[in-house]
Write a protein that binds this ligand. Structure first.
Ligand code: FAD
Length: 383
């Protein structure tokens, strides 16, 4: 269920093991391929996509980054990834580009990928033959399955189909959001800049040599109508600006407000329904972990399903939830840590500010603290 990063990577991993699947997606192909979301890929995600044969354009067009910059009190400090992590890096490549590559690869396999499926309902997953009912091209369809992978994101239906009392929910909403823009302007810096500023957090990121992605901390209920383009650029200039540095501006192609939330359900399974990616957990985007976690989940799930289909050995599937949750909670902590360190807290006092500045100074001056941030950012190999 779902043609996001989790569903499509899982389907491809299973295909490579000769295992059949049907991918159901509620939206159109055009919608999925143009939805602007994540953009930072961990080294492990890049390696996995390359190893399954969908890394060719990513290697050609992705922007390899060897560090990020943290800005506070009018200065920038660089966190160098390779020297702190034994040579690891990140790659900036838009989620929609990852999806275009995965969709092309899926269609090439000839196995089914059905867009615009509607009225989708899952059931029977506590038995040995779960089923999915849906409508496609005017027809009512029922699929008998061996397993259902609920990869339908945070707003999907799979998690809510699990009977009450099975899942434990861990949830935290933050009292701020990000106003994000995509602008037709070359990046103003080679690397991402995370800026802590008295007016609120700002992030300079990019999607390509000609497209910049920029974010501003705003209130969760912020009204975009109050943000004409001139105000957005002026605010970015205030929060990111430094003497001798120029913020490149350009046409704003897209803008939106994204709420900040941490959310996990345990376990990530009910009978033969397995949850993966955003269906089971979300993180605030400050740590750039969401897409990477979705891919890490399905890598574990694919191993379990492969063992089951090859040897009827269900041990790895039984371990799926616990194994995936270990990485999920590490990423939840890192995302919360980055968010807490970098955002101005509504109602916070000078004591909070001093603590945040002390933490920022620590990660920028201590090689050990810097290495901890860096290894989490590029993605921990063994969690
Ligand atoms: C604005 C924004 C910015 C983000 N930035 C970052 C970032 O910088 N770094 C990062 O790592 N993460 C980021 N994320 C998070 C990242 O995009 C998600 O973690 C990632 O998309 C999760 O992948 P997924 O496959 O689990 O779910 P999704 O990508 O949400 O895919 C789920 C799919 O299921 C489909 N679906 C839903 N319901 C149904 C249904 N009933 N029937 C059929 N199909 C259905 C959906 O249409 C969707 O295509 C961002 C998210 C947003 C919204």
């Amino acid at each position: 269920m779902g043609a996001g990063p989790a569903g499509l990577v899982l389907a491809h991993l299973l295909h490579l093991e000769g295992i059949d699947s049907v991918v159901l997606e509620g939206r159109s192909r055009e919608y999925v391929e143009s939805r602007i979301r994540a953009g930072v890929l961990e080294q492990g995600t890049v390696d996995l996509l390359s190893s399954i044969g969908v890394g060719e354009r990513l290697r050609r067009e992705g922007l390899v980054h060897e560090g990020i910059e943290l800005q506070f009190e009018g200065e920038r400090h660089r966190i160098d990834f390779p020297s702190l992590t034994g040579g690891r890096r990140i790659t900036v490549y838009g989620q929609q580009e990852v999806l275009k590559d995965l969709i092309a690869a899926r269609l090439e396999t000839g196995r089914p990928l059905l867009f615009e499926a509607s009225d989708v309902a899952v059931g029977g997953f506590e038995s040995e033959s779960p089923r999915i009912r849906f409508r496609h091209e005017g027809e009512a369809v029922e699929l008998q399955c061996d397993f259902i992978a609920g990869c339908d994101g945070f707003h999907g239906i799979c998690r809510d189909s699990i009977p009450a009392g099975v899942l434990t929910v861990f949830d935290r909403e933050y009292p701020f959001a990000w106003l994000g823009i995509l602008a037709a302007a070359p990046p103003s810096n080679d690397e991402l800049i995370y800026a802590y500023h008295e007016r609120g957090f700002a992030l300079h990121s990019m999607r390509s040599p000609t497209v910049t992605r920029l974010y501003l901390q705003v209130r969760p209920d912020e009204d975009l109508d109050r943000w004409p383009d001139e105000r957005i650029w002026a605010e970015l200039e205030q929060r990111l600006g430094l003497e001798g540095w120029t913020l490149h501006t350009g046409e704003i192609i897209e803008q939106g407000v994204t709420g900040m939330r941490s959310f996990v359900v345990e376990p990530m399974q009910c009978g033969r329904l397995f949850l993966a990616g955003g269906a089971a957990h979300i993180v605030p985007p400050t740590g750039a972990k969401g897409l990477n976690l979705a891919v890490a989940d399905v890598r574990v799930l694919a191993e379990g399903l492969t063992a089951w289909f090859e040897k009827r050995d269900g041990a790895a599937l039984e371990r799926y939830s616990a194994e995936a949750l270990r990485r999920v909670w590490r990423a939840e902590h890192f995302s919360w840590f980055m968010t807490s360190m970098l955002h101005r807290l509504e109602g916070g006092d000078d004591f909070d500010v001093k603590l945040q500045l002390a933490q920022l100074a620590y990660v920028c001056t201590s090689a050990r603290a810097g290495a901890s941030l860096a290894e989490n950012y590029v993605g921990l190999e063994h969690v």
